[in-house]
Design a binder for this molecule. Structure first.
Ligand code: NAP
Length: 305
């Protein structure tokens, strides 16, 4: 009998994982934030996965954070700014050998979670898959990609990777998950805030070539300075490649701001600036970018953390 997958957060990525695990016949339970959300979910009866225009319905059981059932394997699929508080509430339910898989973008939330649950094994993920909710309890699988998984403190792969294979979740176990997370964070810092400030698609940054190059130079220094030389390699050329390959797309931060949603700034640009300050690494343009972005968010009444 397979171990139960508890999935915290039935948002875009949580639903994408939960539905694929359920489709493979694996036992899945959703954990929702409160009785009101549970009642809304139960009224819908389940989650719908929209894939290549086809709708698939899965009546996955759900519970609230306050349920009593012990948790052995937990997939954390909330935003980075919600992860620490959510885990603090779930900590009493974790078994002695619990494993937690963290899907959060950026850096900072993984360490905050690990501190709350020192006995659990925390596995970080970095994903290039794309999904969005077009309605509550309905997720659209928008972009096929890949998920790297790893545990910076233990290179031993967990025993459940074959369950991801059975679920059709493309993934790879890597001992260098920190390199992946830092690289993705650096790409994000070089692109996303500028798309917000210049009100443009990723491709619109081709008109701001010098600004992008300056940020990439500072980010490269930062990565070298904080012990991430592999994440620093050819950063600028990859940023240029991403800008070209995704030129018609609006970045996730752009979409968050445009829709009046809180951004994950503290775990992306904010984290980079904080680590730079800690290492005494000078990043004047990145700091200025952070100030401009915070002002932009404040002007729209959005949280700046
Ligand atoms: P999302 O659609 O906003 O979903 C987050 C979910 O977490 C929401 O359903 C929210 O509940 C739930 N939640 C928050 N606090 C909770 C709590 N205490 N208990 C239970 N549920 C809670 O976010 P997302 O797009 O899936 O992103 C999740 C993470 O994955 C982010 O760090 C994001 O950057 C990263 N990521 C996303 C994608 C993507 O394509 N979406 C791709 C790569 C990485 P409510 O519904 O009640 O608000």
């Amino acid at each position: 009998m397979s171990t139960q997958w508890h999935v915290l957060g039935a948002g875009s990525l949580g639903s994408l994982w939960a539905t694929r695990l359920a489709r493979a016949g694996l036992p899945v339970r959703l954990i929702l934030r409160d009785p009101a959300r549970l009642a809304a979910y139960e009224a819908a009866g389940g989650l719908t996965l929209v894939e290549q225009g086809h709708h698939h319905f899965f009546s996955i059981p759900a519970q609230t954070v306050d349920a009593q059932e012990p948790i052995e394997r937990l997939l954390v699929a909330c935003k980075a700014y919600d992860a620490e508080a959510a885990i603090a509430r779930l900590a009493p339910r974790l078994t002695a050998n619990a494993e937690i898989i963290l899907l959060q973008n950026g850096l900072g939330s993984q360490d905050a979670v690990a501190t709350k649950v020192p006995r659990a094994r925390c596995i970080s993920a970095s994903s290039t898959e794309g999904a969005f909710r077009d309605a509550d309890w309905r997720v659209v699988f928008a972009g096929h990609g890949y998920t790297w998984l790893g545990d910076a403190s233990d290179p031993t792969p967990p025993p459940w990777l074959d369950e991801l294979v059975a679920s059709g979740i493309p993934h790879q176990w890597t001992p260098d998950i920190l390199t992946r997370l830092w690289r993705k964070l650096a790409l994000n810092c070089a692109i996303n805030p500028l798309t917000v400030l210049h009100d443009c698609t990723n491709g619109g940054l081709q008109a701001h070539h010098c600004e992008v190059a300056t940020l990439c130079a500072e980010l490269t220094d930062l990565l070298n300075c904080c012990g991430q030389p592999a994440a620093a390699q050819d950063l600028h050329s990859e940023v240029e490649r991403v800008i070209q390959a995704t030129s018609a797309n609006y970045s996730s931060m752009y979409q968050d701001v445009a829709n009046g949603r809180r951004t994950e700034i503290s775990y992306l640009l904010g984290h980079a600036c904080e680590v730079a300050a800690r290492h005494g690494c000078s990043m004047p343009h990145m700091n200025q970018l952070q100030t401009r972005l915070i002002r932009h968010l404040q002007a729209r009444g959005l949280p700046t953390l």
